[in-house]
Design a protein around this ligand. Structure first.
Ligand SMILES: NC(=O)c1ccc[n+]([C@@H]2O[C@H](COP(=O)([O-])OP(=O)(O)OC[C@H]3O[C@@H](n4cnc5c(N)ncnc54)[C@H](OP(=O)(O)O)[C@@H]3O)[C@@H](O)[C@H]2O)c1
Length: 310
């Protein structure tokens, strides 16, 4: 593919799961991916070997010298120390940028580069990288959350689009909330499944059987949310206004002890809020909300005394 001269040269420090996908994706989109360095030279060599015109380098500093946009694709705990070792000035910083890919770590960790005249930013793909070639296809349609200003924001937005992703802009200082909240759509969805599996185990259901039953239901819920939005995709007794079922389930979960009822009650509170966002909320929504709050009044203290799952 011909390389338009206006496209910035991209380099990577770190050659792990995320870097493998981004470096190949940018290269396939026509960006000159010029340099990779990593902790282990063999990692850098493996990645650079798949990209035409890309050099595997021993020293991360050489990546700064050969690229305009440097992705610091190292584990979060190494971002700050790596940023401290890189030199951008006094003339070298012109038009250079240092970017990390963490969702939770502040962009401010890259301040040493900014202090030398480089632009700094965050580029966080909302995608779980497995490190396999399939990542390149699967990342299409995902979002990339970008924290940057000016020309770097435009550059990172174009790079996100080059991966066939949707750019999402985040204000400075918002990353911890953004990343913590995103757990609800990833790990915490797994925790909800684990709670169901644990409760079903008391009925004698094996985990494999439980997951075979639950995962298609979850997939259907996601599809419905895509089609109808969250309030209208809500199913279950809260959405139908079945106060009696909600009351009996709250009482049952309270009788189990531990924090089962608190978890159920807090999620039911969120279900009530979703149902209330409907154009026509269920007629019984107020009595359901009351039952949920009464149960929470009892169960939150119980939950504070001890967890159900070790
Ligand atoms: N994985 C995901 O799903 C995902 C999603 C979104 C964002 N991210 C973010 O992407 C960044 C990288 O994560 P990852 O999952 O790609 O990690 P990873 O698979 O563990 O890869 C990290 C890479 O950095 C290299 N490395 C470690 N310490 C280094 C150092 N001090 N100097 C140079 N290279 C070093 C590793 O070394 P060697 O291979 O050379 O030994 C490895 O190639 C993190 O900030 C993470 O939060 C990850």
């Amino acid at each position: 593919m011909s390389q338009p001269t206006s496209l910035p040269r991209v380099g990577f420090i770190g050659a792990g799961r995320l870097a493998r996908c981004l470096a190949l994706g940018f290269s396939h989109a026509g960006y000159p991916v010029t340099a990779v360095a990593s902790r282990t030279p063999a990692s850098a060599g493996r990645l650079a070997g798949q990209i035409p015109g890309c050099a595997a380098l021993d020293d991360p500093q050489q990546v700064v010298e050969r690229a305009d946009v440097v992705f610091l694709a190292v584990p979060d705990d190494s971002i700050g120390t790596s940023a401290h070792t890189l030199r951008f000035g006094p003339d070298g910083a012109h038009g250079k940028s240092l970017v990390h890919c963490s969702g939770a770590s502040p962009v401010e960790l890259l301040a040493p580069a900014r202090d030398q005249g480089a632009s700094i930013g965050g580029f966080h793909p909302l995608y779980l990288f497995g490190g396999e070639a399939t990542d390149l296809e699967r990342i299409a349609g995902c979002s990339v959350t970008i924290e940057a200003d000016g020309a770097l924001k435009d550059t990172l937005t174009a790079l996100a689009v080059a991966l066939r992703c949707h750019p999402l802009s985040i204000p400075p200082g918002g990353r911890m909330l953004y990343h913590g909240a995103a757990h609800y759509a990833a790990s915490f969805a797994l925790c909800s499944l684990a709670e169901c599996v644990a409760l079903w185990r008391t009925l004698g259901f094996a985990e494999d059987d439980a997951l075979r039953a639950l995962l298609p239901m979850l997939a259907g819920t996601i599809q419905t949310a895509r089609d109808k939005g969250l309030p209208n995709a809500l199913a279950g007794p809260v959405s139908r206004g079945d106060t009696g079922v909600v009351q009996k389930q709250l009482a049952l979960f309270e009788s189990l002890g531990g924090d089962h009822a608190a978890l159920y009650g807090l999620l039911s509170r969120r279900a009530v809020a979703l149902a209330q966002r409907r154009a026509t909320p269920p007629a019984a929504i107020d009595s359901i909300a009351e039952a949920v709050e009464e149960s929470l009044g009892r169960s939150l203290n119980q939950a504070a005394a001890g967890a159900s799952v070790k």
